[in-house]
Design a protein around this ligand. Structure first.
Ligand code: BO1
Ligand code: ZN
Length: 260
């Protein structure tokens, strides 16, 4: 086993061999069970204020499709909800399945969505992203679930139309003037809990903010996402699908809800 991935020989069951934190007490993702969730009336609403000019590039790293943002100052920030202070947007990426009935990392009352969008922010009081990873309040990720229905999400077009330009591992393309808040659902309702990165080294520094309302994408839009490859150019074709980590033990953590 050389580098981590999602295959049998390098997948989630192996990660702890090189990254012992993967067996920690606050790992992600988890299942959210409505009956175990605690409504917290002190949880305020969250606000994203994103600068479209902060978007830089889109890339395929062989494990996901990622959009990178300029985070050299407080340009695109997330505030409120369970957070103290402003967190800077660094990147967004997705996790998805090989079929519509799985692909999300978090599971809601037994429901696996077709995909999960992650908007990754870090706390600038820790200096830089690497410093934030070492702190319990270092990172905040907003998770948006994608379900497949009849109606395409037109706001997903920008990302999906770039996919042909980043088909294979290592490909990168300019991706400018994009405000990712257009991808949010109507409702601001969320669940929150403290957990980890869902990829190695699985540091336990994430305040998860999971949006209750999924967004809907069309079968054609999901097919486009699944048309990415995890192989490099001129290598045998291998579809990039099922890049999700399975559920981790809750270990007594409490999930709070902003809504009743
Ligand atoms: S996720 O939202 O938990 N799925 C997630 C996973 C990985 C990253 C961000 C969010 N980013 C990676 C960076 C690496 C860095 C690593 C630290 O986090 O791309 O450069 O070393 O765990
Ligand atoms: Zn993720």
């Amino acid at each position: 086993q050389s580098v981590w991935g999602y295959d049998r020989e390098n997948g989630p069951e192996h990660w702890h061999e090189n990254y012992p934190m993967a067996k920690g007490d606050k790992q992600s993702p988890i299942e959210i069970n409505s009956k175990d969730v605690r409504h917290d009336s002190s949880l305020s609403s969250w606000h994203a204020s994103y600068d479209p000019g902060a978007a830089k590039t889109i890339l395929n790293n062989g494990r996901t499709c990622r959009v990178v943002f300029d985070d050299s100052f407080d340009r695109s920030v997330l505030r409120g909800g369970p957070l103290t202070g402003a967190y800077r947007l660094r990147q967004l990426h997705l996790h998805w399945g090989s079929a519509d009935d799985h692909g999300s990392e978090h599971v809601i009352d037994g429901v696996k969505y077709a995909a999960e969008l992650h908007l990754v922010h870090w706390n600038p009081k820790h200096g830089n992203f690497a410093g934030a990873l070492k702190q319990p309040d270092g990172v905040a990720v907003v998770g948006v679930f994608l379900k497949v229905g009849k109606t395409p999400k037109p706001e997903m077009k920008r990302i999906l139309e770039e996919i042909d330009n980043i088909k294979t591992k290592g490909k990168e393309a300019p991706f400018q003037h994009f405000d990712p808040s257009i991808l949010f659902p109507k409702s601001r309702d969320y669940w929150t809990y403290h957990g980890s990165f869902t990829t190695p080294p699985c540091e336990e520094c994430i305040t998860w903010i999971l949006l209750r309302e999924p967004i809907e994408v069309s079968p054609d839009q999901m097919a486009r996402l699944r048309s990415l490859s995890k192989n490099g150019e001129n290598e045998p074709m291998c579809p990039l699908v099922d890049n999700w980590r399975p559920l981790q033990p809750v270990k007594g953590r409490i999930v709070r809800a902003s809504f009743k």
